[in-house]
Ligand binder design. Sequence first.
Ligand code: GLN
Length: 198
Amino acid sequence: MSLSKNISVGVLALQGDYEAHKKQLQSLAVKAREVRLAGDLKNLDALIIPGGETTTMDKLIDRFKLRQPLINFCRSKPVFGTCAGLIMLSKKIEDNQSGVEPLGLLDIDVLRNGYGRQVFSFEEEININLGNGKSQMAATFIRAPKITRIGKGVKVLGEFKNEPVLISQNKVLASSFHAELGQDTSLLRYFLKTFASG
Ligand code: GLN
């Protein structure tokens, strides 16, 4: 399957690490559009929800009246969430003191900062299997969420210390780590080829 460049991919740009995702899309010559308002979702083929701060992202989603449009989009089109994006896509946040309301599109529970706070940010090799055998990739964890429950329909595509860090369900792909910070576009290419082509 080849990578279709005629697709337009939105990046939720309310807050957080959206520029890095845009740069990666542009490096693959894929059209990238910042999404802030419901109308920005129109005619997009896929969406990326970046890392950032879930408490702020959650508030801005409501302020920009994006909650239902986002849920509707993510039910039918491919979505890739990284770090805070994974938290927003989850069904339940454990110990949810900030009262963040996740979008409920991935049948997982998560614990925010489950791998430690900023001081514990780290880069490690993780084990992945994207359907073409086992391999390793470098992953950057920044106050990353831990996935504490996985529903039946969720596939585990990557693990760190035997815990899931890269998962998919239907057309949703999500990682606890940041996949967009370096030159390695392999996960983005996997997302586009597997979920967003044709
Ligand atoms: N710790 C952040 C949160 O819970 C997520 C961190 C990130 O996206 N790198 O919202």
